[in-house]
Design a protein around this ligand. Structure first.
Ligand code: G3P
Length: 219
């Protein structure tokens, strides 16, 4: 499963890119607002460090506007993926852009039927928001399983990749992988958490303490 960083914080992106864990980046208008930077400059900066897909979200309400915005965003870097909302207008834009060979990430997906619609429109990625579903008492991982099963029923006609989004914990990343998501996008804090386990820290402390008792040096 590919791991993307859900962030518009260039310092975090630069730092985490060094781990080799970051296969791509997803951004959204809220993350750009939080970063406080200029969107297009930010995309250029991200593209200088990340060679994998970088999702850049359109904000126009109508398909024509989304397509117009996509044309401004695409020349910024060759790895830009255009993100559009899962609405009728978003699907019209998806259809038109994908026919021109543009990779489209259809975002704000909350149901299996919506994911089917996104695939039919030609989405390269569909982004189910699993954390926001869990927040309202539904099951994000069940949604991922349903989408996986539906897409796998039609291997000859559906190539859309499932990008688990709205990740709230390291467990969510494991759930996404278990459900067969192709990718998951997580905020920097969560990506850092996936490596940590208290028993790893405890075990390492014990090993080092015992090593000290030997009085040896490997060098
Ligand atoms: O980028 C889309 C998604 O990952 C947003 O997550 O935490 O705002 O629900 P969140």
């Amino acid at each position: 499963m590919e791991l993307f960083l859900d962030s518009a914080d260039i310092e975090e992106i630069r730092d985490l890119a060094k781990t080799g864990l970051v296969d791509g980046i997803t951004t959204n208008p809220s993350l750009v607002a939080k970063s406080g930077g200029d969107f297009k400059t930010l995309l250029k900066e991200i593209a200088a460090v990340i060679k994998g897909p970088i999702s850049a979200e359109t904000v126009a309400p109508k398909a024509e506007g989304m397509i117009e915005e996509a044309k401004k965003l695409l020349p910024i870097a060759e790895n830009i993926v255009i993100k559009v909302p899962l609405t009728w207008e978003g699907l019209k834009a998806t259809r038109a852009l994908s026919r021109e060979g543009v990779k489209v990430n259809v975002t704000l997906c909350f149901s299996a039927a919506q994911a089917l619609a996104a695939a039919k429109a030609g989405a390269f990625y569909v982004s189910p928001f699993i954390g926001r579903l869990d927040d309202v008492g539904a099951s994000g991982s069940e949604l991922l399983q349903e989408i996986r099963a539906i897409y796998d029923n039609y291997p000859d006609s559906i190539e859309t990749r499932i990008l688990a989004a709205s990740i709230r914990s390291a467990d969510h990343i494991a759930e996404a992988a278990l459900a067969g998501a192709d990718c998951a996008t997580a905020p920097p804090k969560i990506l850092r958490q996936i490596v940590h386990h208290p028993l790893t820290d405890k075990g390492l402390a014990a090993f080092l303490a015992d090593w000290k008792k030997t009085g040896q040096s490997i060098l």
